[in-house]
Design a protein around this ligand. Structure first.
Ligand code: DAH
Length: 353
């Protein structure tokens, strides 16, 4: 019997060598320490042994049971630690890898300039008024004092939305400037009190379209910010004061400006405003084309016909208007030499602002 027990122990310990994972260890435990294992069988058979043999066999069987249980415990520990090590290895992180850059959005440079322009005019009491991009010939030209065959229309080669036949001499078109918003705004303000229309002080920002050859200086799509002030005693002095203050706030307090006579059908008199070239300080460089001055906007006193078309009696009211291109101002502020960058969507350009 003792010899049989030795074999049981030997076999159990040898087969432990081929245990590789927790599953096979559990099978080993059932086989060698479980209820129906040969070892447990010997305890059941103790009663059949001769009295003198029982204590020695019992003691030996217990001893083997302890040995196998200890071996089981140790194996189970080792298996658990190697499993942890293996999973640590498999899931290891390389903490020396550089992190991924978080991309964050930003405002388009034109939007930034436009918001600065809004803030400057808001400080001076101007409200923002939005007007449509698809216009009629009447609003875009006729009510602004461009007669049907006026040569100034040549300046604004137009995208028509429908052929001229469809609506007679009033075809739909993409607005070539933000000035038609002046008429919409004045009519809306005047409708509130036609006998005594209220004063107007607004800016009208938005996209304009012209059928142009695209070059470094001209796009067929661009923004404008229009301005309009109408009231009872508005003079050319108000126009000059407002716009030269605006230029100082946008381009720097030291910036000087000047007004040159010009012509627009919807203003009389009309002017263009230049600022002193801030690149060369007025001495002449390639940015100002040796003139020392940079043109930044068109302006003038609202033409009596336009006031009338807006519902404001030109005998009682006067006003000034202006229009500027925020892309152009942005080009000047940041010395950008090609307007095509604004719609090119090249991140290398956009990320600089
Ligand atoms: N509408 C003109 C243009 O697109 C700009 C302009 C000039 C607007 C004079 C005005 C103004 O309101 O008074 O070239």
């Amino acid at each position: 019997m003792l010899a049989k027990l030795d074999t049981i122990e030997q076999e159990a310990l040898t087969s432990l060598g081929s245990v590789e994972d927790e599953e096979s260890l559990e099978r080993w435990r059932v086989k060698h320490l479980g209820r129906s294992s040969p070892l447990m069988g010997t305890f059941d058979q103790l009663g059949t042994l001769a009295k003198g043999e029982r204590p020695t066999v019992g003691r030996r069987a217990n001893e083997i049971k302890k040995v196998l249980e200890t071996a089981y415990q140790e194996n189970s520990e080792t298996l658990r630690t190697t499993a942890i090590q293996r999973s640590l290895q498999a899931e290891s992180l390389d903490v020396t890898l550089p992190g991924r850059t978080a991309l964050h959005g930003r405002l388009h440079p034109t939007t930034q300039t436009m918001r600065t322009i809004y803030a400057i005019f808001a400080d001076m009491g101007f409200q923002i008024y939005l007007s449509r991009e698809v216009e009629t010939d009447e609003y875009n030209f006729q009510l602004l004092n461009f007669p049907p065959h006026h040569p100034a229309r040549e300046m604004q080669d137009t995208f028509f939305v429908e052929s001229e036949g469809d609506r007679g001499d009033n075809p739909l078109l993409l607005r070539t400037h933000t000035s038609p918003g002046q008429i919409h705004a004045m009519r809306e303000f005047a409708a509130a009190n036609p006998e005594n229309p209220p004063p107007v002080r607004i800016i009208l920002p938005g996209m304009c379209y012209r059928y142009e050859q695209i070059t470094a200086r001209a796009e067929m799509q661009f923004n404008q910010v229009e301005g309009l002030a109408v009231g009872s005693d508005i003079t050319f002095g108000d126009l000059k004061g407002t716009l030269s203050d605006f230029a100082r706030r946008l381009f720097g307090q030291q910036v000087r400006s000047r007004f040159r006579a010009s012509h627009f059908p919807f203003t009389e008199p009309s002017a263009e405003m230049d600022i002193e070239c801030f690149v060369c300080g007025g001495s002449g460089c390639s940015v100002c084309k040796r003139s020392g001055w940079l043109e930044i906007l068109g302006c003038g006193m609202v033409h009596p016909v336009v006031l009338q078309n807006g519902g404001y009696d030109p005998q009682r009211y006067t006003g000034f208007a202006f229009g500027m291109g925020p892309e152009r101002s942005t080009m000047l502020r940041h010395r950008i030499d090609d307007i095509r960058y604004f719609f090119g969507n090249d991140l290398r350009f956009l990320e600089q602002f």
